[in-house]
Ligand binder design. Structure first.
Ligand code: ADP
Length: 591
C-alpha cells in the first residue's frame, strides 16, 4: 500500500501523539495507583499499630475477649476499617466484619504467614467475605518477648480501583480527543503544505509534456517558494535552450531540404530512414519507399556495402558511382559519414550525393581530346617519317619518286602545322583571361566579306568556283572582334571550297533584323548526311573521314567557329542535303 506525503505526515503525527500520550497515561495511571495504595497501606499499618498499642493488654488476656470485641468494633466503626484479631496460630479471635467462629484458620494468608519475620506485612486479595478486592495489613503483638497475637486491619480497594478506572477513562478520552485534534490539524497543515507541492507537480507534469511556457505561481518566502522560483528559472532556461535547439534544427532541416545535393540517411541495416527534397526528386522517392532498403531506392547495392564499411570502420569515405537517372547517365561522388550518438554508438550513415556528371564529362572530354589530338598529330607524323625513311633508303635517287615524296611530306607537315595552329587557337580561346581581353567593336560586314574574298581568291580560282556575295544596301555593323570574325568566315568558306567540286557555287549573304544580323555561307557541294549533321561542330568530328582527310581537314575548324560565335553572343546552325550543298547560318548581335 502506497502512502502519499500527506498520509505519511498525518500518520506520523498520530503515532507520535498516541504513543507519547499512551506512555504518559500509563505511567501516570501506575504512579497514582501506587501512590494511593501506599498511602492506604500506611494508613492500615498505622491503624493496626494503634490498635495493637491501645489494646495490647486486652488482646493478651483471653478472658477479656468481649471487651476486646467492643473496642475494636468501636474503632472499626469510626475508621471504617475491618479489624481482625488473630492468635499466634492464625485462628480468628474476633473480626469486625464477620463472625469469628465461622472464619477458618488464617495462618496460610500471605500477610499472616510473613508476620513472624517482619514488623508488619501486607497483602491484596479478593475477599470472599466482602466480595471485594481488599488490602490487608497485619502487625504482631508480642508479650513477654513472645508472639501472642496478630492485629490485622483491612479495607476495601474499591475507591482506589474506581479512581484508577476513572483516571484511565479520562486518559483514554484525552488520547482519543488528541488523536482527533491531531488528525484535524494534520489534515489542515498537510493540505497547507502539500497544496503548493501538488501545484508544482501539476506544473512539472505539464512542462514534461512539452508546455514550456507553464510557470508555477507560488509567492512565499519559504523553501517551497524558492523551489517554485528555481523550477520556473529552470523551465525558462530550458525553454530558451529548446527554442535555440529548435531554431538550429529548423535551420539545419531547411539547409538539408534546400541543398542542391541529394542526402540520404541510412540506418545500420542499410534502410533509407530520411531523405531530403533533392534526393526525393532525384530518386523519385515516394513516402512508402522511406524505410525500405537502399537497393529498392537507387537500384544499387554499393550504397549498402559502403555504408556497412563506414559503420564498422567508423570513418568517413567517398566513392564514385555512375547511375542512370531519368534515362540520363549521371556520375556521383558520394560522401559517407558515420552518425555516432553521444554514447559513442554508430546509429546510421549519412550519404551526400555530389553530382559530378559535368566534371566527369569535362574530364572525359579532356581525355578524348588528348587522344584525338595525339591521333591527329600522329597520322601526318607517321607519313612524314615513312616517306623520309623511304627517301633515305634510296628513293632520293629516283627523281620522280623524290619529288612526289617530298610533296607528300610538305602537305603532311602543312596539315600538321594547320592542326597545331587550330589547336593553339582553341587553347587560347579556352582561357577565360584571353576571352576577357578580346575587344569587341562595331564591324562593317562588307569589310569582312571583302577580306575573306581577297584571302581565298587563289583557292576559289584553283577550283574554278563561282563566288557571290549578297549584302543589304546600307552598312551593316555587328558587335564583334574583326580578326576572329574573319577567322570564322575564312573557316566556313574554306570548308565550302574543300567540299564543293570544281565549277561549283559559293555564296555569302547577310540579312538583318532589329537586333541581329544573320550571315550565311552557302555552297553547292557534297552536303552532309543527316546522321552527321548534329555532330559536325564537335571537336575532331569529320563527317566523311576519307573525303575530309583527303581534303586536309582536321575536324577542329567548325568547333572553333562555334566557339568564336558563342563568344560574341551569337549562334550557328547548319542545313544540308547530300549531293546538293550545305548552308551555315549564324547570327551576331547588332549591339
Ligand atoms: P575539317 O577540318 O575536317 O573540315 P571541320 O570542323 O571544319 O573540320 O568540319 C567538320 C566536318 O564537317 C568535316 O569533316 C566535314 O565532313 C563536314 N563539313 C564541314 N563543312 C562542310 C561543307 N561545307 N560541306 C560538306 N561537309 C562539310
Amino acid at each position: 500500500m502506497k502512502f502519499g506525503i500527506r498520509q505519511r505526515i498525518i500518520y506520523s503525527f498520530l503515532l507520535l501523539t498516541t504513543a507519547s500520550l499512551s506512555f504518559l497515561g500509563l505511567y501516570l495511571l501506575g504512579f497514582f495507583y501506587e501512590q494511593n495504595l501506599d498511602s492506604k497501606t500506611t494508613h492500615l499499618v498505622t491503624n493496626a499499630k494503634i490498635v495493637e498499642t491501645a489494646l495490647e493488654d486486652t488482646i493478651v488476656m483471653s478472658e477479656r475477649k468481649n471487651t476486646l470485641e467492643e473496642e475494636i468494633k468501636k474503632i472499626s466503626g469510626r475508621t471504617n476499617l475491618r479489624i481482625t484479631i488473630l492468635d499466634a496460630g492464625g485462628n480468628v479471635v474476633t473480626d469486625t466484619w464477620g463472625d469469628a467462629e465461622s472464619l477458618d484458620n488464617h495462618a496460610d494468608r500471605d500477610e499472616i504467614r510473613e508476620i513472624p519475620q517482619q514488623d508488619y506485612a501486607t497483602a491484596i486479595r479478593y475477599s470472599a467475605t466482602t466480595r471485594q478486592n481488599m488490602l490487608y495489613a497485619a502487625v504482631p503483638v508480642y508479650h513477654a518477648g513472645k508472639l501472642t497475637a496478630i492485629v490485622r486491619t483491612a479495607t476495601t480497594l474499591t475507591p482506589i480501583e474506581t479512581a484508577y478506572q476513572q483516571t484511565r477513562a479520562f486518559i483514554l478520552s484525552a488520547i482519543l480527543f488528541t488523536m482527533c485534534l491531531t488528525l484535524l490539524i494534520g489534515i489542515w497543515l498537510t493540505r497547507l503544505y502539500t497544496k503548493p507541492i501538488a501545484a508544482m507537480t501539476t506544473a512539472a507534469r505539464k512542462i514534461a509534456g512539452g508546455a514550456w511556457d507553464t510557470r508555477i505561481h507560488i509567492r512565499t518566502n519559504d523553501e517551497l517558494g524558492m523551489l517554485a522560483h528555481t523550477i520556473n528559472q529552470l523551465t525558462a532556461n530550458l525553454e530558451e535552450k529548446l527554442t535555440q535547439i529548435d531554431a538550429e534544427a529548423k535551420k539545419l532541416a531547411l539547409i538539408l531540404e534546400n541543398m542542391d545535393n541529394a542526402v540520404l540517411l541510412l540506418d545500420s541495416y542499410g534502410n533509407v530512414s530520411t531523405a531530403n527534397l533533392t534526393a526525393k526528386e532525384m530518386f523519385h522517392l515516394t513516402p512508402d519507399l522511406l524505410g525500405k532498403h537502399s537497393i529498392s531506392v537507387i537500384g544499387n547495392s554499393i550504397l549498402t556495402e559502403t555504408a556497412q564499411e563506414v559503420l564498422s570502420a567508423r570513418q568517413s569515405k567517398s566513392i564514385n558511382l555512375k547511375l542512370k537517372l531519368n534515362h540520363a547517365q549521371k556520375t556521383f561522388q558520394i560522401f559517407f559519414a558515420p552518425i555516432i550518438n553521444h554514447e559513442g554508438v554508430t546509429t546510421g550513415v549519412l550519404s551526400v550525393f555530389h553530382d559530378i556528371s559535368v566534371l566527369q564529362e569535362v574530364y572525359d572530354r579532356q581525355v578524348e581530346f588528348v587522344a584525338n589530338a595525339s591521333h591527329e598529330l600522329a597520322t601526318p607524323l607517321t607519313a612524314i617519317r615513312g616517306f623520309s625513311e623511304t627517301l633515305l633508303d634510296g628513293a632520293l635517287e629516283n627523281a620522280d619518286l623524290r619529288k612526289k615524296f617530298v610533296e607528300i611530306i610538305y602537305t603532311e607537315s602543312k596539315r600538321m602545322s594547320r592542326l597545331i595552329h587550330d589547336l593553339l587557337q582553341l587553347a587560347k580561346l579556352d582561357t577565360k583571361e584571353y576571352r576577357k581581353q578580346v575587344k569587341l567593336e562595331q564591324i562593317d560586314i562588307s569589310e569582312v566579306f571583302e577580306a575573306v574574298q581577297a584571302k581565298l581568291t587563289p583557292q576559289l580560282a584553283e577550283k574554278d568556283l563561282q563566288w557571290r556575295t549578297s549584302l543589304p544596301d546600307e552598312k551593316n555593323y555587328v558587335q564583334a572582334n574583326y580578326d576572329w570574325l574573319v577567322q570564322v568566315m575564312v573557316n566556313l568558306v574554306e570548308n565550302a571550297i574543300k567540299y564543293t567540286p570544281p565549277q561549283g557555287k559559293i555564296s555569302v549573304s547577310c540579312r538583318k533584323t532589329s537586333e541581329k544580323i544573320f550571315i550565311s555561307v552557302k555552297d553547292s557541294g557534297s552536303g552532309i548526311a543527316p546522321q552527321d549533321l548534329p555532330f559536325i561542330f564537335d571537336r575532331f568530328y569529320r563527317a566523311d573521314r576519307a573525303r575530309a582527310r583527303s581534303a586536309g581537314g582536321s575536324g577542329i575548324g567548325l568547333s572553333l567557329v562555334r566557339f568564336i560565335i558563342e563568344m560574341f553572343g551569337g549562334e550557328i546552325t547548319a542545313e544540308s542535303q547530300l549531293g546538293l550543298g550545305t548552308t551555315f547560318t549564324f547570327y551576331l548581335p547588332v549591339k
